[in-house]
Design a protein around this ligand. Structure first.
Ligand SMILES: [Zn+2]
Length: 203
């Protein structure tokens, strides 16, 4: 019970991290935080009886972490919400790849630019399911009558926390998750957790 997760908001009610009930209770009893949502269960000790929080707000801390988004394959997949930009379907991480929209063999003739000039960049990489990726091969979208779900772009900012929809709903966190949180349907499996940037947490 004490290891159960608690969503921590800053003073402006923006989610900044996830903590344990144990740490949350410490913050509450030392008056560094106030409860926002509480469960019907209690933590009891001889000197203390306190309702278990599921959301707390830290007193006096109103900033939140914003970091430049590192360019990586995993962040391309996140930018595209884990949806294949060709067929539009969403998949779990193990079915997803990134694809060069203009393939390597065509880049110089199509764009008139060298491979070191934006070929491997936010603008030319999209999330693709492995089936679409292999069907597309070295062809251009025009040649096979495909279109991108949306134009690839460099994200200015990505949220600090990734939380599954199920968990956010179950714990009553959803109303707080519009800023600094990315809600996803499926938490990717496997040991290699995709990171938005150093320090991002996936819960
Ligand atoms: Zn696809």
């Amino acid at each position: 019970m004490l290891t159960s997760e608690v969503l921590v908001l800053n003073a402006g009610f923006i989610p900044i991290r996830i903590t344990s009930v144990k740490e949350a209770v410490c913050l509450l009893t030392s008056e560094k935080a106030v409860p926002v949502i509480e469960e019907d269960r209690y933590v009891r000790s001889p000197s203390l009886s306190i309702r278990i929080p599921s959301v707390i707000s830290v007193v006096g801390y109103s900033s939140f972490p914003r970091k430049r988004v590192a360019f990586s394959k995993l962040n391309v997949i996140y930018r595209d919400d884990m949806a294949c930009q060709y067929c539009g379907r969403r998949y779990s991480m193990k079915e997803l790849t990134v694809d060069h929209v203009i393939p390597r063999s065509r880049w110089e003739s199509i764009t008139g630019r060298g491979l070191n000039d934006d070929f491997a960049s936010w603008k030319n990489l999209v999330c693709a399911c492995r089936w679409c990726n292999s069907r597309k091969g070295n062809r251009l979208l025009d040649e096979i009558g495909w279109a991108l779900l949306r134009e690839p772009f460099e994200p200015e900012y990505m949220p600090h926390l990734v939380i599954s929809h199920d968990k956010a709903e179950r714990k009553g966190w959803l109303p707080f998750c519009s800023v600094n949180v990315k809600i996803i349907d499926v938490i990717p499996d496997g040991a290699r957790l995709p990171l938005l940037h150093a320090g991002a947490r996936i819960v």
